[in-house]
Write a protein that binds this ligand. Structure first.
Ligand code: PEP
Ligand code: MN
Length: 337
């Protein structure tokens, strides 16, 4: 339920109305202060609340019941875009970010080389998998704890905040110094993990599952937000369709749909979406055109020798060229990168 208050309502009144609403049912009230209006978002069992009695309050402008099962993630609760801050960099609203780096951390030399290179090309965030969700147990599983150490060293050397995937809550302590925790496609509905990550304030990059709907993605974001962590960044990384030519099918329409339904930033991962490096640049440009707030791009210093996802990785020169192009596009759209 959304309660919009009249202009001119004072802080003590907002507090009084919030407490009154909470006393009516088993609900939590969150206050969103816009430039013109104050919105009270009620989450919980609002069925026992009588809409007419709320509307009769002199400071209440309108009362709307929200049909969608996601509340905190809903744009109706929070009309302005959410801007997530990561180590001094903003994503969302007019702020566009590029997260770049190898699929996996492979060695100190590899991650340092890629980190320095993507930084000089203008990326603001470094990615690299330490724990890798591989289809085969015989494939390279990542450098695990050592991989996180190497990412932290690369951050120290370059200043780039780091983004890396968690695969088990048993590893949570290893992520204490990580700037953004990635929840991969395969764990999008690991509800226990989502709940736990809702109890920290670290930004979470939540990837859409291979066979999940947009509403399911938003419900997973809701799990994190219900715990009190509003720093969620959504990521479209391609879904499974009958098409076999590309690794997945990039659902570009997810961007305007998600931005209509939710206030959370949305990034596109054209690398996992397509599986081929030659498709990454055109789809990265398309992502900007449809209004994505950022990109997640796999970059390797020697893609042919990569231990994971080499075919979809840009080399450092290709990434540099893409960044030059993106900078022009973002500036043309009066956004900041
Ligand atoms: C990744 O980002 O390296 C990754 C494994 O992505 P996804 O979960 O989208 O497959
Ligand atoms: Mn990968």
């Amino acid at each position: 339920m959304i309660v919009i208050l009249r202009q001119g309502v004072t802080e003590p009144k907002i507090e009084e109305i919030s407490q009154w609403l909470e006393s009516l049912g088993q609900v939590n009230v969150s206050v969103v202060r816009g430039s013109q209006t104050t919105i009270l978002g009620l989450v919980g069992d609002t069925s026992v609340i009588d809409q007419d009695s709320v509307e009769s309050n002199e400071w209440v402008e309108t009362v709307t019941r929200v049909q969608e099962p996601y509340k905190n993630a809903n744009r109706k609760f929070h009309p302005d875009d959410t801007i997530v801050e990561i180590g001094g960099h903003k994503i969302g609203g007019e702020h566009f970010q590029v997260i770049a780096g190898p699929c996996s951390v492979e060695s100190s030399e590899q991650i340092m080389t890629v980190a320095q290179s993507v930084k000089s090309s203008g990326a603001h965030l470094l990615r690299g998998g330490a724990f890798k969700p591989r289809t085969s147990p015989y494939s390279f599983q990542g450098m695990r704890a050592e991989g996180i150490e190497l990412l932290l060293e690369a951050r120290k050397a370059t200043g780039l905040p780091i983004v890396t995937e968690i695969m088990s809550l048993a590893h949570l302590d290893l992520f204490n110094d990580v700037d953004v925790i990635q929840i991969g496609a395969r764990n999008m509905q690991n509800f226990e993990m989502l709940k736990e990550l809702g109890h920290c304030q670290k930004p979470i990059l939540l990837k859409r599952g291979l066979a999940n709907t947009i509403e399911e993605l938003l419900m997973s974001a809701e799990y994190i937000m219900a715990g009190g962590n509003n720093n969620v960044i959504l990521c479209e990384r391609g879904i499974r369709t009958f098409e076999k030519y590309t690794r997945n099918t990039l659902d570009l329409s997810a961007v305007p749909v998600l931005k209509r339904l939710s206030h959370l930033p949305v990034v596109i991962d054209p690398s996992h979406a397509t599986g081929f490096s030659y498709l990454v640049t055109p789809l990265a440009k398309a992502a900007v055109a449809v209004g994505a707030d950022g990109l997640l791009i796999e970059v390797h210093n020697d893609p042919a020798k990569a231990l994971c996802d080499g075919a979809q990785s840009l080399n450092c020169t290709e990434f540099e060229e893409l960044m030059q192009d993106l900078k022009r596009r973002i500036a043309f759209e009066n956004r900041v990168m």
